[in-house]
Write a protein that binds this ligand. Structure first.
Ligand SMILES: [Zn+2]
Length: 202
C-alpha cells in the first residue's frame, strides 16, 4: 500500500534546474496520489516508476543499487533518484501542483548525462510556492517538450505549464517531478510523501 502524509515543510527558497537524469521504464511502482496539499501535476493516471530515493538521494553518485522508498522498502530503479518519474506520452499537459511563481522556465544548463554518455540540456519549469503558514517550497517539472510560462509569471493550481517530453537526461518520454527545500546552505530534495518507514529517515 502507498501511505499518504501531510506535507511537512520548513524553509524553502529558489534554485535553478540542476542535474536531472532519469529513466522512465525500469520498475513500475504503481499509482500514487498527490500528497494532500498538492494537486496532481497532470490529468488522468500515469503510474510512477521511480520514487524519490531516501537513502543517498544523489543522482549519479549513489551506487548502492536501489531506491529506498518513503515507506522504507528497497526498490530497483534509478539509484539516487531525486524526485518522481511518471512515464507518459510526449505532449501531455503538465499542471502546476500548487499556486506559485515561475522561478525558472526554459533550458537548463548543459551537463554530462551518464546514462546517455553525452552532454544534454532539458526543458523544464521550477515553481516557488508559499503555503498559508508562510512555508515556501519548490516544485520542478523536467524533460518537457514545450514550456508555456515565463519566469516571473504567477500561476494557479492546475494551470498548464507546458507539455511533457523527453528532453535532457532522459531515456524515454516521462515527467520527472521533484521538490526541494533549503537545509542550511544546501538544497536537498524533499519527498512530499515524507517518511513512513521504520526508524529514522535515512
Ligand atoms: Zn526522474
Amino acid at each position: 500500500m502507498l501511505p499518504r502524509r501531510l506535507l511537512h515543510l520548513s524553509e524553502w527558497l529558489f534554485l535553478t534546474l540542476g542535474l536531472v537524469g532519469c529513466s522512465p521504464g525500469s520498475s513500475p511502482v504503481g499509482k500514487v496520489d498527490p500528497p494532500p496539499v498538492l494537486a496532481s501535476p497532470f490529468q488522468g493516471e500515469f503510474r510512477v516508476t521511480n520514487v524519490s530515493d531516501h537513502e543517498y538521494p544523489f543522482q549519479f553518485q549513489d551506487n548502492n543499487g536501489y531506491l529506498f522508498s518513503w515507506w522504507g522498502e528497497k526498490l530497483p530503479g534509478v539509484d539516487g533518484h531525486q524526485g518522481y518519474d511518471f512515464p507518459m506520452p510526449e505532449g501531455t499537459p503538465l499542471l502546476a501542483a500548487y499556486d506559485g511563481e515561475v522561478t525558472f522556465a526554459g533550458w537548463e544548463n548543459p551537463f554530462y548525462c551518464p546514462p546517455l554518455d553525452k552532454t544534454v540540456s532539458g526543458l523544464g519549469v521550477v515553481l516557488r510556492h508559499r503555503l498559508p503558514n508562510g512555508e515556501v517550497f519548490l516544485s520542478i517539472y523536467a524533460h518537457m517538450s514545450e514550456v508555456h510560462v515565463k519566469t516571473g509569471n504567477l500561476v494557479r493550481t492546475g494551470q498548464v505549464l507546458g507539455l511533457s517530453g523527453n528532453t535532457g537526461c532522459s531515456t524515454g518520454p516521462h515527467l520527472h517531478f521533484e521538490m526541494r527545500r533549503l537545509r542550511g546552505t544546501a538544497w536537498p530534495v524533499f519527498d512530499p510523501y515524507g517518511w513512513e518507514g521504520e526508524g529514522e529517515d535515512p
